[in-house]
Design a protein around this ligand. Sequence first.
Ligand code: ASP
Ligand code: MG
Length: 429
Amino acid sequence: MGILNSSTFAGMKVFKFGGASVQSADAVKNIADILKKYGSGELVIVISAMGKVTNALEQVLDLWWDNKPYQEKIKEIQAYHFTIMDGLFAEKTDAVYDEIENYFIALEHYFEKELERNYDCIYDQVVSFGELISTKIISHYLNRIGYRNKWVDARHFIITDNLYREARIHWDTTVSLISRRVGEMVKEMPVVVQGFIGSTKDNSTTTLGREGSDYTASIFANALNADEMIIWKDVPGIMNADPKKYADAIMFENLSYQEAVEMTYYGARVLHPKTIKPIQNKNIPLNVRSFIHPDAKGTIITADAPIQKDVPIIILKEKQILISLSTKDYSFIAETNIEKIFDEVVRCGIKVNVMTNSAISFMICVDTMEQKIADFISSLENEFTITTTPNLELLSIKYYKENTLQELLKGRTTIMEQRSGDTVQLVIS
Ligand code: ASP
Ligand code: MG
């Protein structure tokens, strides 16, 4: 990249604000303060649905799906947003009220149509309202208080396939749309955009998986060659363990992309698992920091952060099921059997977190997804004897020490254990 090109993007930043950072009028005012202080220059602001709105919209859908009354739930969600607006806008006649009301009318109308019963597709059409509504309210509010910004619809830029609820990005199209069009817009003023949502090329709304707004932010950062991305969170930064579970958890000041990616792989929920790759590919530093104490530096994730082997990284993944398969004819679990099992894993969309095999049996520890697991079992139970053990947890520790490990395992039963290099993974009950 030539000097001209890189200077075009000098000072470009991407901020991401999640649901907790915009869950009330005061919370929105707080992020406005953050933007006034840190949000000058070329900036893309990615925002999630307010508070727990995505969950609430999931409930609306489930009520409708089960032929139960869902209208009250929609009214509740509407009232929640109107309360926030009342705390932000002096005049009830503000144009924003009509705009937001129209979204709720559109949502109700959507359910009144003849809908093909494709749950995942309908899911995306419904839950995406959360992000559209939150960004509209916040963009209006910021403009009212003099922080000029432009609201854009992420669905014009984030182009995906039609794997609803877990849509995959059409990378080249997305990057070229963002870099050409958003790249121009941010020169004028900051851009406010929804996280989590995208669109197929035939204009059907998709979503990128729960908590996917982090990923949206890193797609924008990548496409715009941002100099920095900041995820503003309700925690001070990235901790080596969940502070709610481990009293002596500490925060990393620096972390490498590699450690961060591994943490998300083992199940750390602080970042969406797909967040790191797009920024790592462009060597963009990621700062995870607190919207409650915005002056504190938080964690900075870069390529060359020093590795701290004296700090164990402890990640607990809940809701695991152990599936054990043994051959009925005493044939060995060798290549062909493993291939058969994995063909079904892929077909059913099961996520394997750890696996081991012995002579005639094979064990996988997977996320609890009842429907998919039932499908998997029924397709293999003719050939294998299959047993499942539900309600387990997967504990992964990098840079473990034997004594801390014993401490963590007190009172727990280990069902499966795997050590490799610096890392131990244990399936426990
Ligand atoms: N609102 C979506 C969710 O709660 C996306 C996000 O927050 O990142 O999953
Ligand atoms: Mg959220």
